[in-house]
Design a protein around this ligand. Structure first.
Ligand SMILES: Nc1ncnc2c1ncn2[C@@H]1O[C@H](COP(=O)(O)OP(=O)(O)O)[C@@H](O)[C@H]1O
Ligand SMILES: [Mg+2]
Length: 387
């Protein structure tokens, strides 16, 4: 999340008068857009209405964003662009527009902005033009334009309560997903142990039992059974190792995220360059989550992209750990068409993390994973000797 640049000095009467004039001009455009909105709504049953809306809504948003920036300058505090990202095709975009509460606030704001422009802003402009009124203009303009900015902000920015409500909504969803995810993980572990190590230990016990029975009559047979048992023990150990790796890979504990990612990169069939710029370690659960996420993205590169090269960057700044996995393959990655990337999103969601996918047809594909977290202080000792 970017922090707004410092704006210590509020705009003076001259700049504010400029805002007033610009807003008055934009209010004409808003009126036209409002009419088109209504028209688009009425004609939505026909195709042409939808086409109209998909053009009118971004135009309205652009104008609303100019007002947000002006209000931010007037109050000296940021008024963020609150729209939900609306990527994808025609219908997806329309659906996101329709379900974004800010779309409807914009709509309600348009006539209000028009009225405010022709009362507040026009007053400022008339005062500015009058020779005898310049004194009033000088003192009244900051107040008038603050009132105007307050109107805009009331419509165009979420209040504290609304932001908290949205936050609760997100947390409820991610918590439910985290619970689902951990239940699924437990089932997977149980299955792995049941089918793997447990089955082998049962076989081991049988071999040893038979060896015991055969010991006196047929020592050769007993020895063969014991050799079998040894082989089974080795496989059981291997199974247990792989279960452990699925929980928290030892390489992660030993070498940290950068080293562990480097290790997967080396195992890939294509060259993968790793640029790890982390001076410290994220908390262990975050580290594991990002590690598995990167592993899934790299598996996808090999499985789906046909890329000749891939690259990974790991960095940390502004309290956010960022991992980017890129490849020069065919593009077209779509989380909705599989299970792997959705799983990654769910895992990240538990840590308030996000995954952004940029994968135009023809490539390149860039998967950006971000998780807010702090790094523990950098290690002063070199890592323990390799095993
Ligand atoms: N790096 C990539 N390049 C091209 N296509 C990709 C890439 N990653 C994923 N995809 C596409 O996105 C789909 C979804 O990926 P994912 O959710 O991991 O599912 P899957 O289980 O098929 O791997 C894949 O089926 C594939 O078509
Ligand atoms: Mg996959």
């Amino acid at each position: 999340m970017s922090t707004a640049p410092e704006s210590p000095k509020p705009p003076g009467p001259f700049l504010l008068t400029g805002y007033a004039a610009a807003q008055l001009g934009m209010s004409i455009a808003l009126l036209v857009l409002f009419v088109l909105w209504v028209l688009g709504g009425v004609l939505a049953v026909l195709w042409v209405g939808l086409v109209l809306l998909i053009a009118v809504i971004p135009a309205t948003r652009a104008i609303a964003n100019v007002h947000r920036r002006m209000a931010a300058r007037v109050f000296g505090s940021p008024v963020p662009d609150p729209y939900r990202p609306a990527p994808g095709g025609f219908f997806t975009r329309l659906r996101v527009y329709a379900t974004d509460p800010m779309t409807w606030r914009d709509l309600a704001w348009m006539p209000v902005a028009f009225v405010a422009s022709f009362t507040i802003n026009l007053t400022v402009l008339i005062l500015a033009l009058g020779v005898v009124t310049w004194f009033i203009w000088w003192f009244a303009t900051p107040w008038l334009m603050r009132a105007r900015a307050a109107v805009d902000r009331w419509f165009l920015a979420y209040s504290r309560t609304e932001k908290l409500e949205q936050r609760v909504q997100v947390l409820t969803e991610t918590r439910a997903e985290a619970v689902d995810h951990s239940a699924a993980e437990l089932r997977r572990l149980e299955r792995d142990l049941h089918d793997g190590a447990q089955a082998r230990l049962v076989a081991l016990s049988m071999s040893l039992g038979m060896a015991d029975a055969a010991f006196d009559e047929d020592p050769d047979q007993a020895r063969r059974l014991i050799q079998d048992a040894r082989a089974t023990t080795t496989s059981a150990i291997g199974d247990l190792r792989s279960v452990v790796r699925g929980i928290h890979p030892p390489v992660l504990a030993d070498r940290g995220l950068g080293g562990a990612v480097q290790a997967i990169a080396l195992d890939m069939a294509i060259p993968v360059s790793v640029d790890a710029r982390l001076d410290g370690r994220p908390p262990a659960p975050v580290e594991a989550c990002v590690y598995f996420a990167v592993a899934e993205c790299l598996a996808n590169v090999v499985k789906h992209s046909g890329a000749r090269n891939a690259w990974i960057t790991l960095s940390h700044g502004d309290g956010v750990l960022q991992a980017v996995v890129g490849d020069d393959g065919a593009g077209g990655a779509d989380p909705q068409s599989g299970t792997g990337m959705l799983g990654v999103m769910r895992r990240l969601g538990a840590f308030d993390g996000t995954m952004a996918v940029s994968s135009p047809t023809g490539g390149p594909t860039l998967i950006t994973l971000e998780v807010p977290c702090d790094l523990s202080s950098p290690r002063t000792m070199p890592s323990s000797a390799p095993d």
